[in-house]
Design a protein around this ligand. Sequence first.
Ligand SMILES: Nc1ncnc2c1ncn2[C@@H]1O[C@H](COP(=O)(O)OP(=O)(O)OP(=O)(O)O)[C@@H](O)[C@H]1O
Ligand SMILES: [Mg+2]
Length: 407
Amino acid sequence: MTEESPDIETPKADVAAEPATPEPPAEAIAASAPQVEPAGEPPLLRIEGVGKSFGNFRAVDRLSLDIRAGEFFALLGPSGCGKTTLLRMLAGFETPDEGRILLGGNDIAQVPPHLRPVNMMFQNYALFPHLSVRDNIAFGLKRAGMARAEIATRVAEMVSLVRLEGMEKRKPDQLSGGQKQRVALARSLARRPQVLLLDEPLAALDKKLRESTQHELMELQRRLGMTFIIVTHDQEEAMTVANRIGVMNAGRLEQVATPRDLYEAPHSRWIAEFIGDVNLFEGDAGWRQGNRLTVAIKDGDTITVGEPRQPVTKTAVCVAIRPEKVKLSRRGPVSDAANTHAINRLEGVVSDVGYLGGLTVYKVKLDSGIVVRSSMANTARLNMDGYLVGQRVVAWFTPDDCMVLEQ
Ligand SMILES: Nc1ncnc2c1ncn2[C@@H]1O[C@H](COP(=O)(O)OP(=O)(O)OP(=O)(O)O)[C@@H](O)[C@H]1O
Ligand SMILES: [Mg+2]
C-alpha cells in the first residue's frame, strides 16, 4: 500500500508532532485528572501580538491570548474573521508576520509543524481514501518511525478510545460521517500532542450526533488531560464544551470569558448581539439613585437598570436584556409589593407567537413601536396559559437582569 498524499493539505498535520516532552505511559494518561492550571501559573500557550496579512488584508490583527494547560478553549466568530488562520499559525502551517507564539515558555517560530507538540484536525477530516481505518490512524506514527509493535498497541488504544472496534479494516467510504469524524479524531490524537487544534470538527454531523460527540470530546479531553482549542460556528457547542471562549471579529479578540460571562456580561453591544438572542433598547443615560441608573428610551419610556460594572461614560447607551428574562403578564408583575416600583414594565400587544417545543417566543409590540421578545419555557405539557396574538400585555423585567452597554 502506498502512502502518497491525496491532493489535500491535511495529512501534513498528521505527520506533525512527536511530542518534545517524553510521553507519559497510557495508564498515567488515563488516570490524570482534568486539571486546569491555576490562573497564577504561566500559560502553556502564549500568543503575543501575533499578526498575519494576506496581501493588504489583515487576517489576524496583533492578537494576544494565553491558554492554560488542560483548558478546553473555543474560538467563535463570524466567517472570515481569522480563526483558521490563527490555528494554522499555532500548528506551524502559516508563519506570523509579527508577534510570538510561546509553548511552555519557548518561542516555536522556528519549529516546523511536524516537530511541534501540536496537532490540527481539519474540518473536512481528509482521511486517506485508500487506507483502512487502522492505517489512517497509524499514518503519523509510521512517519515518525515508531516501532511496529508500539504502533499496533497505540492504534488499538485509539480505536477503543473512539469506539471503532471491529471497523479497523474498513476504508473511509465504508464509514458514516460520524465514524469518519472519529477516525480523524483518533488520527490526530494518536501522537498524543500537548495541544490539539480542532477546526470545526463536528460541522458535518447532524444535531443528535453532534451533541453526543461533543460529550465524547469533553470526556476524552478530561481523560487525556490535554489542551484542546476548538473552532466552531455553533455557539451552543462552544458553550457546551469549553471552559473559556474567545470571540473573534475582524482578526481581533473582542472578548475572552467563560460561557456564562459572555452571555450574562458581554463587553460590547456587538458581543451581546453575536452571542444568543437579545433585546436592545437605545437611549440616554439619565439620573442615578443608589445603585440604580435610569435610561430614557424612545417615546418617553424609561428603563431602570442595575449600576453597570463599568461606569457609564457616555450619554448614549444601550440597554440589553435577554428574552428569557422578560416576563409577560396580563396585569403586570405580581411580585412582592416592596420591589414593584423598581421593576420595569412596558405595555404592548402580542404581535407574534413562536412555538419551539421547549420554549415559546412571544413578540410584543410596545406602544412606542419597539418590539420586545420574551421567551418562556413550556414547563407543563398541558399549558393553557399562553398569550394570544392581539392580546394586551405587560412585559416586565428587573433592573438587575438588564445590561448597560455603551453604543
Ligand atoms: N492563503 C490565503 N490567501 C489569501 N487570503 C486568505 C488566505 N487564507 C485566508 N485568507 C483570508 O483571510 C481571512 C480569514 O480567513 P480564515 O480562514 O482564517 O477565516 P475563518 O475565521 O476561519 O472563517 P470560516 O469561519 O469561514 O472558516 C478571510 O478573509 C480569508 O479569505
Ligand atoms: Mg475557518
